[in-house]
Design a protein around this ligand. Structure first.
Ligand SMILES: [Zn+2]
Length: 541
């Protein structure tokens, strides 16, 4: 018999069995009990968090033949439940929008929707990665979604709801799936291990769960992999060997050298890491986790880190005392940027070396522990580029409270500002890829809003915190007053009027809805930062 993967074998059977999404399952159960089932649902959330599993359980709940009407507690034994679980039910249709994204596929779907179900109560469509549909397909799909026959239920799943047109969003009942917590994943893994009769070290379970980064599917796949490598008795060492042998000692050593600003020692260590053939993206991901633990240690003490053993907690606690919260947050930002850069930059060693140097070089101006409110209220000090690298500014009087900078002034000076940036080779890319493609559109106090027709310029700006902070530094330097910047995409035809528009949106809200659907403008680093700092809101609020 073919081997059945753990993920398939232990797929959730009913709502109570779904891990870590209680806010979703409870609402669905209430809706079923109250006879208020919607005809279209949108399940959003990171991969492996149970979107399609929940959709299948919902299909069972609505179709279970052990009950005379939809039930929140499907039996998992009747022909309907069994066929849905096995994926053989004719009326439960799973579509991968990534490979069926064209208008013809959707037209075909529209025709089929009209036929009544063959064997179940409801015809149930699960459309995975729905954001991949083309614009025409969305439009065609919309008609079906507006007036579906009574026997049809749609569940649309997506990892990226920003890319969905508002017309689709407004027709679905939306549920946001969260990343599953480390503890929930470990608990589930422990249960699976018990079912299988395996012996697995606790440290190994935590390592697997952490690597999976909130996705249960990835966690179970890794556990599968560990079992095929090590058999039924799995240690943390086995898991590490699969992951490329990045262990606590290495992460601790790396961090120690950063904290001691031992550049020479660090470069030797990196040389060793490369010689050992370790995976650099994996190392950076583990470092991010390690530094997040440092942060947690500064907040709640190292004893809160249940995934570490007592010696590890002690070592990490000592490092946490040797640094500050702002320094840790800066380091994590740099690591997240590096993680993003490693996706496309093949010079992995160089990225790692430069990131390490930056982690050591950037001095933290703030005193030891800054209360979060004070840290935010302080004026923006985006100084990633030493001022010496910027060209000298023209000798004009700095704006003041009595004589503040206005939008017309910024507009008049814009060509000169671009020319000024051109004097520094360091700013070349920023100038040509972003600033030249933007024009000032609005200004509210010190928040300048730029408009552009280039979705690329906008995504460059928001994908990299460094780009944003460097541009803000240039603006603040040139106009001699602290300025923040936001960029909005406008259609080419609707150039903003010459007169200053009324209040622009606040610069803190990057208004992602303005991006065309085919323009991936995700704030990747920002998203990662939010993940990393999830659970330590007192630091980021
Ligand atoms: Zn049933």
């Amino acid at each position: 018999m073919a081997y059945e993967s753990l993920y398939r074998k232990y797929r959730s059977k009913d709502f109570g069995d779904l891990v870590g999404q209680r806010h979703v399952t409870q609402t669905l159960m209430n809706a079923i009990a109250g006879g208020r089932v919607a005809h279209a649902y949108l399940f959003c959330g990171p991969r492996g968090t149970g979107k399609t599993s929940t959709a299948r359980v919902l299909a069972k709940a609505l179709n279970c033949q052990a009950a005379s009407s939809p039930t929140s507690d499907p039996c998992d034994a009747c022909p309907a439940c069994l066929s849905i679980r096995a994926g053989t039910a004719m009326d439960v249709i799973e579509i991968d929008a990534a490979s069926n994204r064209n208008i013809d596929d959707i037209r075909q779907l529209r025709e089929q929707v009209g036929y009544p179900p063959v064997e179940l109560r409801y015809k149930f469509y699960i459309v995975d990665e729905v954001h991949q549909l083309t614009r025409d397909s969305f439009n065609a799909f919309l008609k079906t979604l507006e007036e579906p026959p009574g026997h049809v239920i749609f569940v649309l799943c997506t990892t990226d709801p920003h890319q969905l047109p508002a017309t689709i969003l407004s027709r679905c009942q939306r549920f946001d799936f969260h990343r599953i917590t480390l503890e929930d994943i470990v608990e589930r893994l422990r249960w699976v291990v018990g079912q299988e009769g395996w012996t697995v070290e606790d440290e190994a379970l935590y390592l697997v769960a952490r690597t999976a980064n909130g996705g249960l599917r990835d966690a179970l796949s890794l556990l599968d992999q560990a079992a095929s490598y090590a058999g039924t008795s799995i240690t943390a060492g086995h898991v590490r060997e699969i992951l490329g042998g990045i262990d606590f000692a290495l992460l601790s050593d790396f961090t120690e050298k950063i904290l001691r600003k031992d550049a020479n020692g660090l470069f030797l260590l990196i040389e060793q890491i490369m010689a050992d053939g370790k995976d650099v993206p994996q190392l950076v991901a583990e470092l991010i986790h390690y530094w997040r633990n440092l942060l947690r240690a500064t907040i709640g003490g190292a004893e809160t880190l249940v995934e570490l053993n007592p010696e590890q907690r002690k070592a990490l606690g000592a490092q946490a005392r040797a640094t500050t919260q702002p320094a840790i947050m800066r380091a994590v930002t740099l690591l997240c940027e590096a993680e993003n850069e490693l996706r496309w930059n093949s010079q992995q060693r160089l990225v790692l070396e430069l990131t390490s140097l930056r982690m050591m070089a950037e001095e933290v101006p703030a005193p030891v522990i800054v209360p979060a409110a004070a840290a935010v209220a302080a004026p923006a000090a985006p100084v990633p580029v030493p001022a010496a690298e910027l060209p000298p500014t023209p000798a004009v009087e700095a704006p003041s409270a009595a004589n503040p900078l206005t939008l017309p002034q910024v507009k008049r000076s814009w060509p000169a500002f671009i020319e000024w940036m051109g004097k520094s080779p360091n700013l070349e890319r920023l100038r040509t890829l972003i600033v030249e493609k933007c024009i000032p559109m609005g200004m509210l106090d010190s928040a300048l809003t730029l408009s552009t027709a280039s979705g690329f310029a906008r995504s460059m700006f928001y994908d990299r915190p460094k780009v944003k902070s460097t541009l803000e530094l240039c603006l603040s330097t040139y106009f001699k007053t602290p300025l923040t910047a936001a960029i909005q995409v406008v259609e080419e035809s609707e150039e903003p009027p010459a007169a200053a528009p009324a209040a622009p949106p606040p610069a803190t809200d990057p208004a992602p809805a303005a991006v065309p659907a085919d323009e991936p403008a995700r704030d990747i680093v920002g998203e990662r930062m939010r993940e990393v700092f999830a659970g330590s809101e007192e630091m980021t609020e």
